[in-house]
Each structure stands twice: as C-alpha cells, then as structure tokens.
Design a protein around this ligand. Structure first.
Ligand SMILES: Cc1cc2nc3c(=O)[nH]c(=O)nc-3n(C[C@H](O)[C@H](O)[C@H](O)COP(=O)(O)O)c2cc1C
Length: 194
C-alpha cells in the first residue's frame, strides 16, 4: 500500500519500475524461417561503452523471445514522432498471428552485419548480437554487443556530425509516450566557462 512519509513529506510507494523517461523502441527479430517481427520494448538500456553494448529485457512468453533465442541477434530501432503509433501497435499485438511490418506499413531494410532486418523509417538502427542472457524473474535480459549503427542521412551534416535534436525521439514514462523536447544543456555544461 502507498502511504505518505512521516519524515519528509514524500509519498512512499511500493518498489516499482518507475525509472523514467526510458526509450520506447521497436526491436526487430527474425527466426531462421518465417517473416520478420517487431516487438516494442521499454526495458532497454546502454550497459557498456567499450565494447559498445546494450540490453533488452523480454518476457520469455513473447513470440519475439523465441526468435531472438533462435538467432542470437536483434536490431533496436529508435522510435520518433512519425513512428510512435506503430511503436504502440507493435506492443499490443503479437507476431504469432500478425504481420507487423504489413499492418504498420513500416518498410524492411537490410542490416549491415546481421540477417535481421532494420525498420527504414526509424532514424537510428542499432544492430546487436547477443552475448549473454540473464533470467531475472518476469523478464530475461539479453546483453548484446552492438555490431553496427545506421543513422538517417537527414540527421548527419556535411562534416559527419549527428544532429539528434532533429530526430523527434520518443520517450516513455509511466505508461505515456513523449516527444523529446527542448535541449537544456550539453555534456559538461555545469563546468564549462563562458
Ligand atoms: C510501450 C511498451 C513497452 C513495452 N516494453 C516491453 C518490454 O520491455 N519487454 C517485454 O517483454 N514486453 C514489452 N512490451 C510488450 C510487448 O511489446 C507486447 O507483448 C508485444 O505484443 C509482444 O509481441 P510478440 O508477441 O510479437 O513478441 C511493451 C509494450 C509497450 C506498448
């Protein structure tokens, strides 16, 4: 039961997955046979810089779980304003009985290092190979090495710099989707001299 704290006036909640915002991404996966699938994942995060690695947590009962287990690979496709509705749809229907590429109208593109396809409409596609799996409880975490990254040309300037502020990326917080908004600083701005 949630109750008010006697000490500092904050509401005290039971332990829950409140970390926010988190990305809501579309993860593509494909078994050795059959069509490619898309699963929406919010339990995703960067876990290592060198080598570059990320994790996704997937419930074993998901159809996508079997596909990722089979091939040991997946692609994390970042959602933006344009692909937000498709992101939600891929999180409420199953690839067991739906062709999600067909139903969302999203287009299949080639990975550079994997057999799993990317989603062309997503601004950033992160190709991943699974290195470890951890059974945590409701979810199994796949820890994966990033083998390649594809970025939409519109986000990269002539000098090769990424302008992620133009991507209109989507965040997810407590059951709601948000479009990433105003930039309020940059790495190290707290100590930067004017
Ligand atoms: C915003 C959002 C985030 C989600 N995050 C996760 C997640 O992190 N892990 C998970 O196993 N399922 C998550 N789901 C649920 C799956 O996307 C959903 O069960 C989906 O239909 C599974 O597809 P599949 O059966 O084709 O694998 C999420 C759904 C939504 C809408």
């Amino acid at each position: 039961m949630n109750k008010a704290s006697p000490n500092n006036g904050k509401a005290i909640w039971q332990p829950t997955t409140i970390l926010a915002p988190v990305p809501a991404v579309m993860v593509t996966c494909k078994g050795n046979e059959g069509r490619p699938n898309i699963i929406t994942i919010a339990w995703v995060g960067t876990v290592c810089s060198e080598p570059p690695m990320l994790s996704i947590s997937v419930r074993p009962e998901r159809y996508s779980y079997q596909l990722i287990k089979e091939t040991g690979e997946f692609v994390v496709n970042l959602a933006d304003r344009q692909t937000a509705k498709a992101t939600d749809l891929c999180g409420v229907i199953s690839g067991r009985d739906h062709d999600k590429f067909h139903e969302t109208g999203l287009s299949i593109g080639r990975s550079t290092t994997l057999k799993t396809p990317i989603i062309m409409e997503c601004p950033i596609n992160i190709e991943c190979k699974v290195e470890k799996e951890l059974a945590l409880g409701s979810h199994n975490m796949f820890i994966a090495r990033i083998t390649a990254v594809q970025i939409s040309q519109q986000l990269v300037d002539d000098k090769g710099c990424l302008h992620i502020e133009n991507a209109a990326l989507v965040g997810f917080a407590h059951g709601h989707y948000y479009q990433l908004g105003k930039q309020i600083g940059q790495f190290g701005f707290s100590v930067k001299k004017n």
